[in-house]
Design a protein around this ligand. Structure first.
Ligand code: CMC
Length: 438
């Protein structure tokens, strides 16, 4: 129903004039609930023989969506219309999962049914667990996550009909339930410890912490502070409209591929340091900087056009004022470290670096602010997560967004296979010469 509303065309039109011929091209405009109007350019090639050019898709909308809205100028992030600040304060990650999938916050009964069903699906197929033995112990957990999630497509393929809403919903629940189990198993493999199976008496975050940190030989006490902090971080990472990994999942899904394979494609995109891999890169960067007196040196490196170094955790394609997730995480970072009694000099260093960058003309002029990844790693570290698991944590949370967007794309009557065009700059057409004459 909401998607139908999002497709209402505006009365406004947009006119382009072709300079050489003086010919006018009249284009329809589409208006959403919030956000700038969108010029419909789909007819340009068929009717006028031209393509549009927008590398990096800075101004290109690829779909209509009712899931998430960002106003980058004002620092606003809404999930299904609700501000992220209110959701972070009042809801659990499982409630947010329900909201992103089904469009409304659950009633108590709906939440209980949904949570019970998610718990019911937490186990990996037994033979999937054997896949980990194929990886070296030093394999990055993101590589294992990507490979093993992709392998799930082999377990759920023939029996799934992606055109059937019931099958799509079952995929959504299975994927969300199993991703922490696979992620924890990847970690266990990397530290050469036995895989801990899920315990369905525990909630989503407790279960993940238990699978990650428990060992058969000892009793593991789950810290309520850790579980609450993880729940908050999962909420903040759950969705972010058409970011690179979500667009990858949608594009992959547009070809009708198995959805587990589409999620594996999303994981591979998220791993990049310009995207979700930044949280790991931030911690490595802070450790490399080492002390506050070296902040200026690294800020100078980030500004140097001849140096590929960038200040990790800074800048965002959409946010040009502040990232509301970063504001919440920054506050949580102080609270969690205090509650856990952790005194991490990296927090002090991160604050000094942020302060120095925010005063610097280069960062001010380019509107570069701390993003979601700047402070999250410091909390993850305080909770005991190794650095190479940071992006895996992001992937667990973002699986909800990927699944919701995949399902929305499958149900969208306007959706077609994603197939961008190009500006060809290669050789002009030429003839092959015989090999003896080349
Ligand atoms: N340090 C130094 N300079 C920067 C930075 C940075 N972190 N980010 C952008 N710039 C400069 C960039 O060099 C460019 O300068 P110029 O216009 O002179 O060429 C200008 O700012 C615009 O940058 P851009 O690369 O064209 O912007 P973009 O929208 O394509 O990239 C970004 C956005 C997030 C990839 C980029 O800001 C970046 O690489 N940041 C560091 C990595 C990071 O923290 N990524 C996490 C993003 S948030 C979470 C997520 O998406 O998963």
């Amino acid at each position: 129903m909401v998607l139908e509303k999002a497709k209402i065309m505006s009365e406004k039109r947009f006119t382009l004039t072709e300079e050489s011929t003086g010919k006018s091209i009249d284009l329809p405009i589409r208006s959403g609930t919030h956000g700038p109007d969108m010029i419909e350019v789909g007819s340009l090639y068929k009717e006028h023989g031209v393509f549009t050019y927008d590398p990096g898709y800075g101004t290109t909308g690829s779909c209509s969506s009712a899931i998430c809205f960002i106003d980058g100028e004002k620092g606003v992030l809404l999930f299904r219309g609700y501000p992220i600040e209110q959701l972070a304060e009042q809801c659990s990650f499982i409630e947010i999962t329900f909201l992103l999938l089904y469009g409304e916050l659950p009633t108590k009964t709906e939440l209980d049914e949904f949570e019970a069903d998610i718990r019911h699906h937490t186990m990996m197929p037994e033979s999937l667990g054997h896949f980990f033995n194929g990886f070296h112990h030093n394999a990055h957990p993101m590589a294992m996550l990507m490979g093993v999630v992709g392998s799930l497509s082999a377990f759920y393929h023939d029996r799934m009909d992606i055109k059937n809403p019931h099958d799509r919903d079952q995929f959504a629940r299975r994927m969300i339930a199993k991703i922490p189990t696979i992620a924890a198993a990847a970690y266990k493999h990397s530290v050469d410890q036995p895989i801990v199976p899920p315990n369905n008496d525990l909630n989503y975050c407790e279960n993940f912490l238990n699978m990650l940190f428990a060992v058969p030989a000892e009793r593991y006490e789950i810290s309520p502070v850790a579980s609450k902090a993880l729940d908050l971080l999962f909420i903040l990472h759950a969705d972010h409209e058409q970011n690179a990994s979500t667009s990858t999942v949608r594009l992959s899904g547009s070809a009708g591929t198995n959805p587990y394979a589409a999620i594996a494609a999303g994981i591979s995109t998220l791993w990049g340091p310009a995207h979700g891999g930044a949280n790991e890169a931030v911690l490595n960067m802070l450790e490399e900087i080492g002390s506050a007196d070296r902040c200026d040196e690294f800020i100078a490196k980030a500004k140097d056009k001849n140096d590929p170094f960038r200040l990790m955790g800074f800048g965002h394609r959409v946010y040009k004022n502040f990232d509301p997730r970063a504001t919440i995480i920054r506050k949580a970072c102080h609270e969690v470290l205090e509650e856990l009694g952790v005194d991490d000099p990296l927090l002090e260093l991160a604050m000094k670096l942020e302060e120095a960058a925010l005063k610097d003309e280069y960062f001010v002029n380019k509107k570069l602010y701390p993003n979601v990844d700047f402070y999250s790693g410091i909390i993850y570290k305080a909770l005991g997560f190794p650095t190479n698991m940071f992006t895996v944590l992001f992937a667990i949370a973002r699986t909800v967004g990927w699944v919701a967007h995949w399902a929305e794309g499958q149900a969208d009557p306007e959706a077609r296979i994603g197939r961008p065009r190009q500006n060809y700059i290669g050789e002009a057409k030429r003839d092959v010469t015989d090999i003896a004459k080349r």
